[in-house]
Ligand binder design. Structure first.
Ligand SMILES: [Zn+2]
Length: 123
């Protein structure tokens, strides 16, 4: 006998809450390590540079450099490194021109939010 069961529950955002809030607002927020000063986007619990526990958050505030891109059946993706971050991240790149070398984080109101890059505004 088969039955469909629907579960409805909320998962707490836990230690990632500052990062998820940043994704919703289009602000790149990195975890930081006070021992060596590195910033990590996406956030890490342990600093890969000095192995200390990451213990803070920093709004990076800038854009990202596109390192490489790929097209898949689910859309375009890019590996990008945000200004001030030690590590790179994967993000959706559907709204970026193919020749873009720079981007900014798009605000994402979805729940949960995801990383999506858009064209850097002209100054
Ligand atoms: Zn460190």
């Amino acid at each position: 006998m088969k039955r469909n069961v629907t579960l409805e529950y909320a998962l707490g955002e836990g230690w990632l809450a500052p990062w998820l809030d940043g994704l919703r607002e289009g602000r790149p927020v990195a975890s930081t390590c006070s021992a060596c000063g590195d910033a990590h986007f996406p956030p890490l619990r342990v600093c890969p540079t000095c192995r200390s526990r990451c213990d803070g958050w920093r709004n990076l505030g800038g854009g990202a450099t596109i390192l490489c891109r790929t097209q898949g059946t689910d859309g375009d993706f890019a590996m990008a490194r945000f200004d001030g971050a030690r590590i790179a991240t994967i993000a959706r790149a559907d709204r970026l021109p193919e020749d873009a070398t720079r981007a900014v984080l798009a605000a994402c109101p979805d729940d949960p939010p995801f990383l999506s890059l858009v064209t850097e505004p002209r100054t």
